[in-house]
Design a protein around this ligand. Structure first.
Ligand SMILES: [Mg+2]
Length: 337
């Protein structure tokens, strides 16, 4: 039998997993898995468990919210081999699941894992030590999580996020951040209200209608920064552009890139997948292409992804994790950029 480590947050989504747990384990067992259950005991416990024991299993399945999945991915990125990971979402926002069209019904999600195929998904590496699976963001209200995490998660969005951020801005209330942005040999400076580095079609439950399409395995982030408006007219234009998803006007800096660096005099406070990510004067986001092996149902790829796959040969199943590194999740010091 294949060995499965099933890590779940028993408190996520008001304990949603509890009533379904027996049926979920039954689905996995009937599907040919020898299941080891690990209810997480505290924050970062899922991370620790997967980091310590992940290599002993053929498959890891995670259940919880986006934060639980983010922890799991951070651990999986540090293992010497890519261990396939399935996800049963039970959190409040579940952007990652929505982006991948993973069912919110726990039993359906479990069955999809049993029937599933592997999909190699891009992971964001942040300052060479942390990881994010769908979004890294900073700005006018991304410092809110330090005080009220759930509110921040619920308002997190991309077009929605940007519009919300601008709505909260009143002229003179916030000086913005002077930031130098470097990507693809281009250096741009500006004063910005907020910024988002994402690899997701859903943030805050909102679809992300990027003009050129969003691909989960193209090695590229979608990056958008909002310039700080200095006049009432600029403020209104910026808000209108955001509401209409016109993110390429002069009010924004918007591009796709595999690697982007942000430099500022004042530290920028980041959130990674909706959780506090630390504050830095230098921040580097690198797209680790096809770095984790997600288990998704066979028909879950979009036509766009299938088109990309047809152009790019799949990697062999036993590919070593080329993004292996040894820094600990908690270690915030000694970053080399
Ligand atoms: Mg992408």
């Amino acid at each position: 039998m294949k060995k499965m480590l099933f890590v779940f947050n028993p408190r996520s989504g008001k304990g949603l997993i509890r009533s379904a747990l027996l049926d979920i384990v039954d689905i996995f067992t009937r599907g040919g898995f020898d299941v080891t259950c690990h209810p997480t005991q505290k924050p970062r416990d899922g991370y620790r468990k997967i980091l310590e024991d992940g290599m002993d299993y053929d498959v890891v399945v995670v259940s919880g919210g986006d934060g639980t999945m983010s922890e799991a991915v951070t651990a999986l990125m540090q293992l010497p081999e890519m261990i396939p990971v399935g996800y049963i979402p039970t959190g409040s926002t579940n952007d990652f699941a929505a982006s991948l069209r993973i069912p919110t019904n726990t039993l359906a999600a479990a069955q999809d894992i049993v029937d599933g195929v592997y999909f190699e998904y891009d992971v964001g590496q942040f300052n060479r030590q942390r990881y994010f699976v769908y979004v890294a963001a900073f700005g006018i209200f991304t410092d809110v999580p330090y005080e009220t995490p759930q509110d921040a998660k619920n308002i997190f969005g991309h077009a929605a996020y940007i519009a919300e951020g601008i709505k909260r801005f009143t002229l003179g209330s916030y000086k913005g951040m002077d930031i130098t942005v470097e990507h693809d040999g281009i250096t741009e400076t500006g004063n910005f209200l907020l910024g988002i580095v994402s690899n997701s079609t859903s943030i805050g439950g909102m679809k992300v209608p990027m003009r050129d399409g969003v691909y989960f395995d193209d090695g590229l982030f979608e990056v958008t920064l909002v310039r700080t408006p200095t006049t009432p007219i600029a403020l209104q234009q910026t808000l209108n552009d955001a509401l209409l998803n016109r993110l390429t006007t002069k009010n924004f800096l918007s591009f796709k890139s595999a690697k982007v660096k942000f430099t500022s005099v004042e530290p920028i406070a980041w959130t990674l997948d909706g959780e506090a990510g630390g504050a830095y004067t230098e921040s580097l986001a690198i797209n680790c292409r096809r770095a984790i092996k997600l288990i998704i149902k066979p028909d879950d790829k979009t036509d766009q992804q299938q088109e990309i796959d047809s152009k790019t040969p799949a990697q062999p199943a036993d590919t070593n994790n080329k993004y292996l590194h040894t820094a600990l999740f908690e270690d915030q010091n000694g970053i080399e950029i």
